[in-house]
Design a protein around this ligand. Sequence first.
Ligand SMILES: [Zn+2]
Ligand SMILES: [Zn+2]
Length: 160
Amino acid sequence: MPMKRWRYTCCAEDGEILTTSELCSTCGRPGEYVGWQYDRLESMAVYQNIYGLRPVGPHRPLADRLYAECRTRCFYCKGNGLLDQPADNSYAICPMCMGAGYFLSLDRAGADALHARILAEYPDAAAPPRIGDVAGAIIAQDVSKGFMIDLERPDPDDDE
Ligand SMILES: [Zn+2]
Ligand SMILES: [Zn+2]
């Protein structure tokens, strides 16, 4: 489930901490509202959806370096992928980036070429991008395969 988060620098030992509480748990000062953010598993599923790669693995340093060059943070949702929906104190998927939080300045061919370059070095890195509605799904990590699945929509070719 996406949660609202606040940023604290007052009592953070190095830099800042993000929590789901409106007040600092140490000194009680109000934090800086950051907005709705995905939980850890949802973030991993978003990653998999965008890149078609497993969210965790030895390919990440290479993939992160290659994609960092063509990533632009979405100005609309400030990189969260989610927007405040004050009417019902809820969130909405950002319509600009479709919930990703950023844009890749790649065309289809460029994206395919990067993907192929990562798989050439790490053949096990591929994961099917299959979770359509990340925030509404029940996300889990299939530990045996290393990628994320939607528990409410079992994969048809799960026993490959
Ligand atoms: Zn504090
Ligand atoms: Zn956005």
